[in-house]
Design a protein. Sequence first.
Length: 286
Amino acid sequence: MKYKELIHSSRKRKTTFIGLGLLFILLILWAGNIGYYNSMQLKKPVFPTHYLTTTIFKGTNWMEIDYLENKGPGKKVKSILIEEFNKESYAKKERASYKYQSPYQMHFEFTEKDLEYLPDQNKELIVNTITVNYDDGTSEQVPIGELIFRADPEKSQNLAFIHGGSSSDGSGYDVFEMNSDAVLEKIELSHTDKLNDLFQLRVYGKPYDQVTYPKQVKKGDSIHFQYASIEPRLAKDGFISYSVGILVHFRLPDGSKIVYDLLTSNHFYYSSDEIKTIVRDGGAGK
């Protein structure tokens, strides 16, 4: 009888030991999951460094500010204020969804009335800081990069007919079909010092800065502008969002000058692995 009791007691202790061991493993896994979850949370919404060019013209144009915030508890962006234009936006749109975060865009509308905030019609206004208002009642000044605002340049609708298209991968094209003789004097890109490795523009089948200017163009000629955006490389370029402005300068036979303004779409796409890197770096840019 004592022998059977010893066997029973031994089995009971073994079962208890196994149960405690399993509980200990579960606690370690639970703590690990909690630790990983916490490591994948941003302390607050983060904004990529923006390199955007926006043209203000007769009609309505849009500009988007991108940011990333946690899906779970924590600060959320309520609105964004661009003080230089006294313009505040609450127009928040989700662009995608990752496991722990969601990227959003805050949309701003610009019309001809906003031209009054530019220094004059020939100068650009550059904005480097925005005011972010959070849902907990706090606000802060956030460095945003380089937002360039410019007036729509004067151009003649009789000089060229333009058509084109773009893709979600950041590539696109514009075609000038010339309605008059002219000289293509130069092509200028915004943010060239920041985006030289991320944006490519080709004209006449070669990089735009390798074309010989001035270049004579005839009525009936076509000029093809092809551009491509290269996916951001976080290690080199940080956390960025960008849209390049292209200025195409012509001179007419009578000596007058015409400038065409081409804008590319805002390019802001990251993979899940890149988002993880951004979060683990605390949302830091370059």
